[in-house]
Ligand binder design. Structure first.
Ligand SMILES: *Cc1c(COP(=O)(O)O)cnc(C)c1O
Length: 372
């Protein structure tokens, strides 16, 4: 009955297919040990200081959070040395992405530009909003051609999305190229720089300022950056994202956002996480070491591996064992990885860097399959 009245943009959506869960696979294959290296989560779990804070504040959850999350904004402002009136927080960076599209792009008139493949939310939330999405394929080596991306931009382009480092490839453009892109966009087009994985970009001896315009204090006036606590801080389940926006847009964001989308425990968790330098350093070391170990080992097994500045690695297995086959065989042995079919890359696998034990379990199982 409602088929005829539901908006056509909604009827055209495919249901989101999440990765398989550890419990599901354990049950399906009767396995004792199942590991998940599929969703780019923190391989060390969550900081002990965060757990302490969550326990301590559990009995406050009958209260509403403070409107505008002022403590959180103040803490982030101090941590990043950014004026508080440019900071917004959301229920994951997903909410910020959705809000930016809804705030700026008029249904049926404006358009949004991004690469193909890219993080699925940019095109999906645009589609839901009734906004045209224009996409430019990434180069064959998964690097970005910003001039080609620019060729899609016109007077009705309200947002351009880029991900640095990129998901699913791990490619990271140099900041000067990103800056040049921003400078070539019309003043009324917002460049959204999604830095979900930026903390992982620097190699030893480098800093984030070598890779991030935001961190080098050089964000152009028509650009914004979004970051998340889901990956490097290990808070994916609590849903907290942060944006640094031009002041007028930050003001609009707070007026339009659902009032309590960032909850009390999420707030406490972030405040504690920002204080735990030790957990953070350990996370970075684990990811940097694991990324190198896994890349080297996969190459030795005949895989084609893309260089990554994120906490995951994209690769194509050798011809003798196509991606779909390897994916299924790994599941049978208790390892969940991400087959990139949903990114229209059916020959590719994305592997999240695990902790030392998970990495060696994965390599052992992969060797068994590829050498069989
Ligand atoms: C994981 C991810 C995010 C983070 O999403 P949250 O809603 O903050 O969990 C954002 N952008 C990209 C490209 C991602 O891969």
């Amino acid at each position: 009955m409602f088929e005829s009245v539901v908006r056509p943009e909604i009827l055209s959506l495919e249901p989101y297919v999440p990765g398989r869960s550890i419990d599901e696979i354990r049950e399906e294959y009767g396995l004792e040990r199942v590991i998940k290296m599929a969703s780019n989560e923190n391989p060390l779990g969550v900081s002990p200081l965060v757990l302490q804070a969550l326990r301590k504040h559990a009995d406050t959850v009958f209260r509403y959070p403070a409107g505008g999350n002022p403590r959180l904004v103040r803490a982030l402002s101090a941590h990043w040395q950014i004026a508080p009136n440019r900071i917004v927080v959301g229920n994951g960076s997903d909410e910020i992405i959705d809000m930016l599209i809804r705030m700026l792009a008029r249904p049926g008139r404006d358009n949004v530009v991004c690469f193909e493949p890219c993080f699925s939310l940019y095109p999906i939330q645009s589609l839901i909003q009734g906004v045209e999405i224009r996409r430019e394929p990434v180069n064959e080596d998964f690097s970005f051609d910003f001039d080609k991306l620019l060729s899609h931009v016109d007077a009705n382009t309200r947002l351009v999305f880029i991900t640095t480092p990129d998901n699913p490839s791990g490619f990271c453009p140099v900041p000067d190229a990103v800056k040049a892109l921003a400078e070539k966009l019309p003043a009324t087009c917002l460049l959204v720089i999604d830095e979900a994985y930026m903390d992982f970009a620097p190699d030893k001896g480098e800093t984030e300022a070598d890779w991030s315009l935001f961190k080098r204090g050089d964000l152009p006036s028509n650009a914004c950056v979004i970051r998340t606590f889901s990956k490097s801080y290990g808070l994916a389940g609590l849903r907290i994202g942060v944006g640094v926006l031009p002041e007028e847009l930050a003001d609009c964001y707070w007026r339009a956002r659902l009032p309590f989308s960032v909850n009390i425990l999420a707030e406490e968790a972030v405040l504690a996480a920002l204080d735990d330098d030790r957990f953070r350093a350990l996370t970075m070391d684990t990811v940097r070491e694991g990324r190198r170990l896994l890349s080297d080992a996969l190459e030795k097994m005949g895989c084609t591996v893309w260089p990554s500045r994120a906490n995951f690695i994209m690769f194509i297995p050798p011809d003798s064992c196509p991606a779909e086959t390897l994916y299924q065989k790994l599941l049978q042995k208790g390892v969940i990885v991400r087959l990139l079919k949903s990114y229209s890359l059916p020959r590719y696998i994305r592997l999240s860097v695990g902790n030392a034990e998970e990495n060696s379990f994965f390599l052992q199982k992969t060797a068994e399959i590829l050498e069989a």
